[in-house]
Each structure stands twice: as C-alpha cells, then as structure tokens.
Design a protein around this ligand. Structure first.
Ligand code: FPP
Length: 225
C-alpha cells in the first residue's frame, strides 16, 4: 500500500495525440482515455490512494468542436455509470465544478443526472474517493468563493476563501500529475495544489500506467506534510 494517505490529482492530457499517432479520430483517444481512467482507478485503489481527483472537462473545453464535446460528455455519462464496478472497489464518487444552479454553469441535464446518481449510489463506500472535475475551472471556483463571501458580508482571507471553495473538505493535493509531456500549469485546483509537487509524465493519458502512478506517489512522499 505505497499510496496511503495520498491525494493524487491528474490532468489527463494527450488523448488527441495518442489517437493521431494511430491514425484514429480524436474521439477514439478520449474513449481510450476513459477506459484507462477506469484502469487507473483500480490501480489507485490497489495502491491505497485515498483521494484521486481527475480533470474530466474544464470551463475552457466547451469551445472544442461540437462533436468532440458531445463525445466527451457521453464518456462522462459512461464513467458515472460505472456504479457496480465502483461499488465493488469501495470507491466513493464525488464531483467538483460550477454548481448546476450557477448562471454560468453549462453541465447538461443528462450529465447532471448521471453525476447525482453516481454520488448517491456510492455514498456509503469508505474506500478511495474519486472526485471528477466537470465544467470546472480554478479561476471560476476562486471567484465564486470570493463572491459568496462578499454577499454574506464575510471578511475575505485565506481561511474564509478556503472554506468557500466548491468542495471545502477536499484535502490539499499531495501531488499533481500532468501527462503527455506537457509542462504547463492548468486552471486546475490552483488553490488546493499550492505547495504540491508536479509529476510530469511523458505518457499520453491512455498509456498512463502503474509505474507512472508509482512515480507520482514517490514524489508526493518527498514533500514533508
Ligand atoms: C485532454 O486530451 C483531455 C481532455 C480534454 C479531457 C479528459 C478526458 C478524458 C480523459 C476522456 C474521458 C474522461 C472522463 C473523465 C470521462 P486532449 O484532447 O487535450 O489531447 P491533446 O492535447 O493530445 O490534443
């Protein structure tokens, strides 16, 4: 159980490149990415990871071609529908993103329903927590937190902002994973990752492996808590 007490957050990059390399459409890369996520969840559970948080769809991803967006949305429905599998693994599902009733939120109803059902049907599991970020962006989250505090007349400081995030009980990230050789910082869990090391993997997300996860966990271990 080399991963116990660890919160791993993944920016799952490189599905498009993975597909292009094989002469396949980008959508095939996303399909392979969703399947590998299911595999990584199993590996993470076996490794004793406490929290796995993944960037499924960002507030910026809506500008992608309509057909690609529709495909990725369908894959989220599939992922949130893996309830029997997740229950067998003892995984509790959660979701982070723009609240459905926020005027700027864009999660369609059928994805909302899949999210709500997965959360409800896995709520009693006490193993790993899988948090999926969908329609999520850190800047939107931090702005939303500040606006919530302003409206309530609460003083804005680091402590009050932290408690007004979408999911205040999400523990700090212990290691942020970025796949596919990308070295950019994304608009992902910026508040929660302050101080987290970044594990850069050259694997495209569909190829992200147990060894890649082990490397990330080993990096998390080098940072004193
Ligand atoms: C980046 O690949 C990945 C995404 C846009 C979102 C992540 C989506 C998946 C892993 C597939 C489905 C996952 C879930 C959670 C259901 P990219 O398209 O940016 O790849 P590229 O940089 O090579 O073009």
């Amino acid at each position: 159980m080399y991963g116990s007490d660890v919160h791993v957050a993944c920016i799952m990059d490189g599905n498009g490149r993975w597909a292009r390399k094989r002469g396949l459409p980008r959508t095939a890369g996303h399909t392979a990415g969703e399947e590998n996520l299911a595999a990584v969840v199993r590996i993470a559970v076996r490794s004793g990871v406490d929290h796995l948080t993944v960037f499924g769809f960002s507030t910026e991803n809506w500008v992608r071609p309509r057909q690609e967006v529709r495909h990725i949305l369908g894959l989220h429905k599939k992922l949130f529908g893996r309830i029997a599998e997740l229950n067998e693994l003892g995984v509790r599902v959660r979701w982070i993103g723009r609240p459905f009733d926020d005027p700027t939120a864009r999660t369609p109803r059928y994805v909302q329903r899949a999210i709500i059902k997965a959360i409800r049907d896995t709520a009693n599991n006490s193993g790993m927590t899988l948090t999926v970020a969908f329609d999520y962006g850190s800047r939107a989250e931090i702005a939303h937190a500040a606006e919530t505090l302003r409206r309530a007349g609460t003083m804005i400081d680091a402590e009050s902002l932290g408690s007004a995030m979408y999911m205040p009980d999400l523990p700090p990230v212990d290691v942020l994973v970025r796949t596919s050789g990308e070295t950019r910082v994304s608009n992902f869990l910026l508040w929660q990752s302050a101080g987290a090391p970044i594990s850069f993997s050259t694997s495209a997300w569909p190829d992200f492996s147990e060894d890649d996860l082990k490397d990330a966990i080993a990096l998390a271990r080098t940072i004193p808590h």
